[in-house]
Design a protein around this ligand. Structure first.
Ligand code: ADP
Length: 336
């Protein structure tokens, strides 16, 4: 598909180039030959009148015509030569330009195909599991009511996961859609996010420690930023042992504020660190932990939200010691 598009675009660029080149060639030919004709005609007239009537006109006229024809041929030859050069150089240039134009479109297209393939794979796995389990249950002749309920509970759990997955996929696919920027207080966003995860933390007997946050304002979308912090806090809870502490703190300078979420969890290996923001990536240490549910979409969504606020997100981590995620966002001078 991209090969034929590349050829079409090359052809189009070349056609434009040749049209311009032919237009100029035609005009150069017309102007120069006209000028030569005029000059020769004037010269011939002059010589005819000068050499008095005794001389015949013929020799001058013949010479003039010869000069005219030879100059026309010369100009045509040069212009054909130049146009062939334009065709060769322009052809190569057009091909390279078309290739360059299509490169970014091609990589976006490939990324989209990969995303669709990964997404369908993730959707298919729980669906296949549900289908097999249901079929086995239906075939069971000694099925009790309790077995059936158990099956329904298991299906419901998978449906919840599928619901989460489709919400995340939708969010990623929508990308940077409508962001309603407003002047917001960093502490409001942190408190909102803290409220949303406090039950999950309590269930895991994890302590959320919030250091006092100074009055700092940023321009951003409160809901989206809250969602981003919830993703980071959820992960911190998910990948931390019971009775550990997760601390949320801030640092700031003239232009930016850093929000730090530090856990005492399983940590991320140096090999996995470069990939954790990739879609569908889950570190091996995470996959082997049976009780952590996830699809590897949380961090890509968090990164997307941070980037749409002109911010940065990065992580420092050590296996067995814990991870600290930092989100750095540009600040507003004051409340307005
Ligand atoms: P998931 O749904 O798997 O949590 P994420 O995109 O949120 O997907 O995270 C990607 C991977 O990064 C996780 O699978 C996990 O391996 C790693 N990770 C993220 N946050 C943490 C953390 N706080 N501690 C340890 N590992 C983490």
């Amino acid at each position: 598909m991209f090969k034929s598009a590349l050829l079409k675009l090359t052809g189009l660029y070349l056609l434009i180039l040749l049209t311009v080149s032919m237009f100029f060639s035609f005009n150069i030919y017309r102007i120069t030959t006209q000028e030569v004709q005029n000059r020769l005609r004037r010269q011939a007239d002059f010589l005819v009148t000068k050499s008095v009537r005794t001389l015949k006109i013929d020799p001058f006229q013949k010479q003039r015509i010869r000069e005219e024809v030879s100059s026309q041929q010369y100009v045509i030859g040069e212009l054909v030569y130049v146009n062939i050069l334009v065709l060769i150089v322009g052809g190569i240039g057009s091909y390279l330009l078309a290739k360059r134009t299509l490169r970014s479109i091609e990589s976006a297209h490939t990324a989209q195909l990969r995303f669709a393939a990964d997404a369908s794979h993730e959707l298919r796995t729980p669906l296949t599991a549900m289908q097999t389990e249901t079929e086995v249950t239906l075939r069971d002749k000694s099925l009790t009511l309790e077995d059936a309920k158990q099956q329904l509970r298991s299906n419901l759990e998978e449906l919840h996961h599928l619901d989460d997955l489709s919400t995340n996929l939708l969010q990623l696919a929508r990308g940077q859609d409508i962001i309603s920027f407003a002047n917001i207080k960093v502490s409001d966003v942190i408190n909102n996010a803290g409220d949303k995860v406090k039950h999950a933390a309590r269930n895991q007997q994890i302590k959320l420690e919030l250091t006092p946050i100074p009055d700092i304002y940023i321009s951003g979308d409160k809901n989206k930023l809250t969602r981003m912090l919830v993703i980071l806090l959820d992960n911190a809870i998910k990948y931390s042992p019971k009775n550990s502490v997760i601390s949320i703190s801030t640092t700031h300078d003239h232009n930016s504020v850093g929000i730090h979420i530090a856990d005492q969890g399983i940590g991320i290996s140096g090999d996995a660190l470069p990939y954790i923001f990739d879609r569908f990536y889950r570190a091996d240490s995470t996959r082997s932990k049976v009780n952590t549910v996830g699809y590897g979409l949380g961090l890509p969504i968090a990164e997307q939200i941070v980037k749409s606020h002109s911010g940065r997100i990065y992580v420092e981590s050590a296996i067995g010691k814990g991870s600290t995620f930092t989100v750095r966002l540009p600040t507003q001078k004051s409340k307005s």
